[in-house]
Design a protein around this ligand. Sequence first.
Ligand SMILES: CC(C)(COP(=O)(O)OP(=O)(O)OC[C@H]1O[C@@H](n2cnc3c(N)ncnc32)[C@H](O)[C@@H]1OP(=O)(O)O)[C@@H](O)C(=O)NCCC(=O)NCCS
Length: 233
Amino acid sequence: MLSTVVLWQGSPSDGRVRGEGKERGGDGEKEDLGEDCRSVASEEFRHKRASRHSLLAGKKVMIRQCDNSEFDTIYEIINDAAQAYRGVIPADCLKEPYMCRDELRREMDEGVVFWGCEEDGELVGVACIQQVQDVTLIRHAYVRTPKRNQGIGGSLLSHLRKQTTRPILVGTWADAVWAIRFYEKHGFQLVSSEEKDGLLRKYWSIPERQIETSVVLADRKWFDARRRQATGA
Ligand SMILES: CC(C)(COP(=O)(O)OP(=O)(O)OC[C@H]1O[C@@H](n2cnc3c(N)ncnc32)[C@H](O)[C@@H]1OP(=O)(O)O)[C@@H](O)C(=O)NCCC(=O)NCCS
């Protein structure tokens, strides 16, 4: 499904985010930035949501598929956002740049599809989906450092989840607690440490050291499928 979704434009009148319609290549889909948020009815959440909205107010924000001409911008966003790992993940796992051009090119050639969030015409965040065997992997979710915690990553994640009907897995560094929390807030759950190594070997092509220092989170569909498999139902 190739679509472009305008999430927000104009000023919020009542603190609610509205989908404003589709743009080129779309299929009439509309998306509401508050979708995941509505299920969380806490005062803290409403406060955070209101401040995020004020940051996005008056901006035109859309999610769309990236194209090859945006290679340099994607490269720049990944390596800027990955600065968050500095001093957090094991030093021997931190390369400079975090992802080199050859690696990014290889990923794209292997079928990783990048989606981007564009704010007022500028790409501010990216995330990918990759179909591997019987699952969909969400990979390389990166938001420009000054644009974090404004709902951009969450919007990208919600949009990517709609692109697949397969169970979804996400891998991240065990020490990237904010990323784990981010996915948990969006309904993903950590897979047990006994199981995660097997999944990382089966679905990802990453070094042993990265397997050792990473975690896997899965959506409900994956856990349901695993339960059915275990019970033979
Ligand atoms: C993780 C990431 C993609 C999330 O995108 P985002 O636009 O910041 O996400 P949102 O604004 O939708 O949601 C932010 C949530 O993520 C968490 N979070 C994100 N960055 C955080 C940080 N630096 N410190 C603490 N919490 C953080 C918070 O739980 C926050 O939720 P809350 O404000 O409701 O408590 C982005 O922060 C990022 O690029 N981080 C650095 C790279 C990274 O860790 N990528 C994940 C690779 S799998």
